[in-house]
Design a protein around this ligand. Sequence first.
Ligand code: GTP
Length: 360
Amino acid sequence: MTKKNVNKPNWLSLINIDSVYSSDMQRKAFSLFTMIGISIVVIAVLVFLNYKVYSPILTASLIIVNITNISCSIYFIRTGNLQVVALISMSIVCMMFVALVYTGGKDNTALYWLMFYPVVTFASLGVRLGAWLGFTLLFSCIVILYGPDFGQVSYGDVEKTRFIASFSMVFLFSFIGEYFRHKSHMAIADITLEQKQDAYTDPLTGIANRRFITSHFLKLAQTRPEQYLPFSILLIDLDNFKSLNDTHGHDFGDTVLIEFTKLLESQFLATALKARYGGEEFVVILPQVTVATATVIANKFREAVAGHVIFTDDKQRISITCSIGISQVNKVTDYDDSLKQADEALYSAKAAGRNSVVSN
Ligand SMILES: Nc1nc2c(ncn2[C@@H]2O[C@H](COP(=O)(O)OP(=O)(O)OP(=O)(O)O)[C@@H](O)[C@H]2O)c(=O)[nH]1
């Protein structure tokens, strides 16, 4: 059976791969808060032990860094906004390092503390922002180390060149690592989404399949009841489809199923969920629609189907009809029972002579 997508895939937007993104978010948060935790402890100890040795400007900036880091952690716990917290924290740490290099720290050992900065910045902020902040720190260090005298401490020539060389290497390899990690992560995310969408798509008609409703949609309705409940189920079955297949061939039967799907898409609103349940049976879910309104909508659709003409390859005009059973779902846990009721209603519609709508 060839894949013939005939539908606007608006229902596909309901499929997500949040678990893939949330594990990446955990990685970023873990890198950032490990750094924040370590820096809070190290800075507190350094200030406590060396406040007499440090210049006032260095002591003040270290205290500001710690206050900012603690505030950022509280803000993250309250809002979950990791990107903002990471940007503020890493910018403040960058400024602190500039102040540290400017003043030299204890025994002019400032440069040793900077090495981990590119690694954490790329891990917590990604390629672009990581590159900007890492480059800002590198550039500031070059100005302080090699620029004109504006009050900064002086470092030995060997120490300066070794620092710039090793910091640049860490920066470069952190950039390469993060760039390709991000690229492969996005590729995996795309494949995961595509596979999930494929698993939920009916290959012939391109609309959702039964698995989409039972494995995905019901969970969605459970988590966002205000958006979907109560909803009506329309169980729709083409009439005498076997004889159509027998008379005009299986390929023409497929064409009818595709044409019928086009009618589903054009006659129901985009918010209605249309799925092929199997064979010549379809389900339409009308969110926030009661059974009474659904019956009116279903009758209009039934008339549209009956009035639609499909041409065979040899230009014969073929009309089809459908029977519809309807029920209402008030709680997601009632879905199976309501589907059974819709099935019974459909059976009654067939028994009543087909091309009719029965609600339960
Ligand atoms: N062309 C085509 N036919 C299919 C497909 N899936 C199921 N069918 C056919 O659909 C027909 C369903 O037949 P029945 O269940 O007897 O239903 P019906 O002939 O529509 O009769 P009523 O439902 O009672 O009106 C069978 O002949 C199946 O082979 C498909 O993907 N393509």
